[in-house]
Design a protein. Structure first.
Length: 106
């Protein structure tokens, strides 16, 4: 896995996504959190086709912090099975990577 990654998380509301992002950044498990406040999702849950309004949270982090970040998100998330998708980054600008390193746990 590459050194840096994005973590994609869906949440039931913009407020929940912001709270999850703030918790992750405050704990220095993510250098930055981006919230996309309004998406529409379609999925199967417990045998039924569901439609939902959700928010997307994207967290920028280092690969070695992903297990702790996953634990933090799952502990705080309102969903029984939250989406937690890790997207490895092949390239990160050197200056941005240096900023991330300064903001993340050593």
């Amino acid at each position: 896995m590459s050194r840096y990654c994005l973590v994609y998380v869906t949440a039931g509301s913009e407020e929940e996504a912001l709270a999850l992002g703030e918790a992750a950044v405050s704990a220095r498990l993510a250098a930055c959190a981006n919230v996309f406040p309004a998406i529409r999702s379609v999925y199967h849950w417990e045998g039924r086709l569901e439609r939902a309004s959700e928010a997307v949270l994207i967290l920028k982090t280092r690969a070695d912090l992903v297990p702790a970040l996953r634990d933090e998100i799952k502990r705080r998330h309102s969903y029984q099975v939250p989406a937690f998708l890790v997207i490895p980054l092949d390239q990160v600008d050197d200056a941005y990577a240096a900023w991330m390193e300064a903001e993340l746990r050593p």
